[in-house]
Design a protein around this ligand. Sequence first.
Ligand SMILES: [Zn+2]
Length: 202
Amino acid sequence: MGVIASTSLIGEAELPRDLQPVTQGNYPCLVLNADYQPLSYFPLSLWSWQDAVKAVFLDRVNVVDGYEQVVRAASFEMPLPSVVALKDYVPQNRAPAFTRFNLFLRDGFECVYCSSGEDLTFDHLVPRRLGGVTSWTNIVAACSKCNLKKGGRLAREAGMTPRQKPFQPTTHQLQHQGRRFPPNYLHESWLDYLYWDVELKP
Ligand SMILES: [Zn+2]
């Protein structure tokens, strides 16, 4: 069993909220809300082992599962957490921000006209020259080709049909979409909490 030396675990009062890159070997910890749902699916809510251990010491989380790897300091020893659940529920009912990422996520990172995932950009359904605004209900993900083809026209004038009407998504809808995009690395202890309805690639 390997040991990671650890120093200054309880330095800060605030928990870091940064998501860590998903790579094998750095012991990322899956973070669940108090209801044992992931805080976020895409990107998957993960903490570094340092942040996870810190949260345990700050009594902010319950350890749900762990790695075999142990973290050791002068006065304690513990397995690195692989899954933690927040003790305080974080409400997820705020409307998602209107961002490029969230818009692509809503549309599944695919062009709404041809389903290509290449060269994605944004298309104003009602073109700006006709007063179309930049909003959830007028912007769709489109590949550059389709965007160019449609130009400043309405979709129907260009003989194109978006596969769905753009809408303002709820957090729940975006979470649902995010489940379609599991990261490359998944620790086995996470699987009980993730992607029940998603076919995992071997
Ligand atoms: Zn396209």
